[in-house]
Design a protein around this ligand. Sequence first.
Ligand code: SF4
Ligand code: SF4
Length: 435
Amino acid sequence: MAEDKVSNGFAPRRVPSYDEVLNCIRCGLCLSVCPTYRQTGTETNAPRGRIALIRAAAEGKLELSPNFVDHMYRCLNCMACASVCPSGVQAHDIIVDARVEIDNKLPQPAVKNMIFEGLLPSPGKMEAAVWPIRLYQRTGLRWLAERTGLLKLLPYHLGETAKMPPTLPVSPLRGKLPEVTPAEGERKYRVGFFLGCAQSLLFAESSAGTVRVLARNGAEVVTPKDLVCCGMPAMAYGDLDTAMKLARQNIDLFEKAGVDAIITDCATCGEFGKHYKELLKHDPAYAEKAAAYSDRVKDISQFLADIPMDGRLAELKLKVTYHDPCHLVRGQGVAAEPRRLLKMIPGVEFVEMKEANWCCGGAGTYMLTHYETSMGILDRKMANAAATNAEVIVSGCPVCQMQLGYGVKRAKLPMKVTHPIALLDQAYRKLSGKG
Ligand code: SF4
Ligand code: SF4
């Protein structure tokens, strides 16, 4: 994959800008880095082809037909195309703009409104919604379904996708974390922690570790209980209004908290938070507050890179490789920081994988909605991971972790998947005799 230029990121507008579409000179440079093009070999699954479709629709030559909609939703929003485009075309943004247009002009499935307008603004309802998965995993039903072959009877790829979620924690982290976690020793910083929905619901222990690492390094950590989804899932499905509503709620919460920085250990929440200022720039009541919010958002690895860290860490004898989440490497330009943290841990042998910044095919719900393409992309990633002979694959995004975890199971690899800060936390705890 070519050297990345950092993308300008997510800049949603209501209508795709025709001028930006015209900037595409059809050179085809983006084709070689587009995972969906590399997987399918078809022009309509390439950035250039998608832009041509959007141009034809904007010129009134093409209907917003089911076929058009399908091509817009086959994009992973991985931003790889923008990182190599000589004309600066942000194809991923233009494609999301097209989804907003689809959301505005075409009737949407009831389930979409139920999830985005009903569940996302309510963490309590989201937590209730995952209870059936927890029961399925913890009552022996999963064991039974997997052992008896029942899953194979399910239509489409439902049987396979049922194997994807990791075992859910007994309870989400949101209810367990105190609103304020004191710093260990002298308080040097007061930071907000943006606990993402997926981290709280799926990877609770990992985010508990993030708070411990922050406290260990002198931060008092404020985790607002009423935090809602960052809004990226709604935005990715073209529901701009819900995305803006969620952003406003989060901005208000952290404004009250009076923190120096807003830290997250979820690449997606971080990227979208950094773009609240674009999202709300035309809202007179929120434009300024959104800019102040975005300027304070930092990925945990960025925050730790900027402070004098406690370097007393126990040895972890592990061979580790790293997968760059798209929303971190291209969305935020963060690549060196997590690697530096991993190399700080005594005993860790870091080995770079080939195409570390190539999308893993997770992309939100992509592995559910486009199973076969997603698995083709995942197979490429797992082949690169396996070639390192690492024992652990590390990545700072819950969706990537889930996808890579499934990739490990699918390829029967002797590897674990975790978050970089979870390893750092392990090394701190081991030194304190707790890990
Ligand atoms: S690299 Fe940019 S200009 Fe070239 S075809 Fe792709 S989007 Fe168009
Ligand atoms: S964002 Fe990724 S999947 Fe979408 S067109 Fe660009 S390179 Fe292809």
